[in-house]
Design a protein around this ligand. Sequence first.
Ligand SMILES: Cc1cc2nc3c(=O)[nH]c(=O)nc-3n(C[C@H](O)[C@H](O)[C@H](O)COP(=O)(O)OP(=O)(O)OC[C@H]3O[C@@H](n4cnc5c(N)ncnc54)[C@H](O)[C@@H]3O)c2cc1C
Length: 396
Amino acid sequence: MRTRTQVGIVGGGPAGLLLSHLLALRGIDSVLIEIRSREYCEARQRAGVLEDGSVALLRDGGLADRLDRQGLVHGGIYLQFEGQRQHIDFRDLTGGRTVTVYAQTEVVKDLIARRLADGGAIEFSVTDTEVADLDTELPVLRYTDAAGTRHEVSCDAIAGCDGFHGICRPAFPSGALTMWERDYPYAWLGILADVPPSTDELIYAHHPAGFALHSLRSTTVSRLYLQVSPDEDIAEWPDDRIWAELARRFELPGWALQQGPILDKSITPMRSFVSAPMRYGRLFLAGDAAHIVPPTGAKGLNLALADVAVLAPALDALLHGDEQAAANYSATCLQRVWRSTHFSWWMTTMLHRTPGADEMEMQLQLSQLRYVIGSRAAATSLAENYTGFPLPKGDG
Ligand SMILES: Cc1cc2nc3c(=O)[nH]c(=O)nc-3n(C[C@H](O)[C@H](O)[C@H](O)COP(=O)(O)OP(=O)(O)OC[C@H]3O[C@@H](n4cnc5c(N)ncnc54)[C@H](O)[C@@H]3O)c2cc1C
C-alpha cells in the first residue's frame, strides 16, 4: 500500500514519540513505526532522571499532568566514598536548578496516550522496516504492519529515532559518518524493587568492590544498580546475593538498606558512542540512534528529548522551504552531545573500579572525589552538568 506523509518516524522510544507530538503541535503530519508492541514499550525499564530543561519541554508540550503530580523533585545527590556519604546541593550550587525523578516508562506511557488521543498515526509491532531513496527530496519508509500488509510511505523527511541497534544509522552511505566509540570493562546489574527507597536522593557509591547506585522510581519503588563484569551471568545473581552486595557497598553506620521483592533484573553494558553528522539529506538521526552514553550521568533520555526539541522546528522550517535550521541541526545537537558524553565518561571513570587496575587508580579516584566535595568550583561543575544546560534554540 502506497501512502504519503510529511515526516516518517522510525522508532517509538522517547525521541520518536516526542517528535511526533511536537510536529503535530506545529500542524505537521507524521507516521511513526515501532517494531515492538505498545505493551513492551510501556514496560521497558530504562532511565528515570529528567533535567529541568526536559521537564520544561514536556510541560510546554502539554505532556506533564502526571509528571507534575508524580515526579519527585531532587535538589541534589549523595556521593559516598571512604565510608562517608556527602551531599551535593544542586539548588545552592546552581542558583536553584533541580532534577525530577520520573521513570522513562511513565514518559513513554504519557507520550503514547497523548498521541493516540490526538489521532496520531503510530504503528506498533511492525516488521521489515527499511528507509530508501535517501538521495532524493522524497525518501521512502517501508514496513509490514502487524496484520501483514506491506506499506511504502513517501516522506518529506525521515527521522531515525530507532535507538542504537536501529536501521537508520546503518542506512547512511558508507563514508558519510564518523563514529567514536568506547566500551567500558564493566556493566550494571540493575534491579527494580517493590520497596520504598532507603534514601531521599540518589546515592552514588564508590567502593573497593565496585560502584553501586541507589536510585528510585517513586516513593514506593526503588531502582538499584551494582557494577558487575560485562560477561556476568545474571543467573549467578539470586536476589539474596544482590541485596547482600548492595548492603555491603552502601554500608554506613546508622543507615540500613530496605529490601523487598525484586520486580525486574537485567544487565546493561556501558558504552560511549557518538556518530556525526546526525543528518544525511532528508534523513535525520535523533537520540540513541546517533549517540550513547553510559548511564552514570543520567543523560541518555535527556539527550534524546533535547535532540527532538531542536529537530521539530528545524523540520517545520525545512517543510516551509527554509533549509537553515536543518543545516544547523547536527552541529547544534552535537555540542550538547559531546558535553554530556564527557560528563558521563568523567562520572563513570571516577566511580567505577577497572578490573585489574592497580591501587593508583583508586587513589586518583578518591582524590577527585575529595576535590568534588571540598571545592565549591568542582562541586558546581558536577551540579551544572548533572542538572543540564538550557535547551538550544531549535531555529539556530
Ligand atoms: C537497558 C538500558 C538501561 C538504561 N538506563 C538508563 C539510565 O538509567 N539513565 C539514563 O539516563 N539512560 C538510560 N538508558 C538510556 C536511555 O534509556 C536512552 O538514552 C533512551 O531510551 C533514548 O531514547 P530513544 O528514543 O533515542 O531510543 P530508544 O528508547 O532506544 O527507542 C528506540 C525505539 O526504536 C525501536 N526500533 C528499533 N529498531 C527499529 C526499527 N528497525 N524499526 C522501528 N522501530 C525500531 C525500538 O524498539 C525502540 O522502541 C538506558 C538504556 C538501556 C538500553
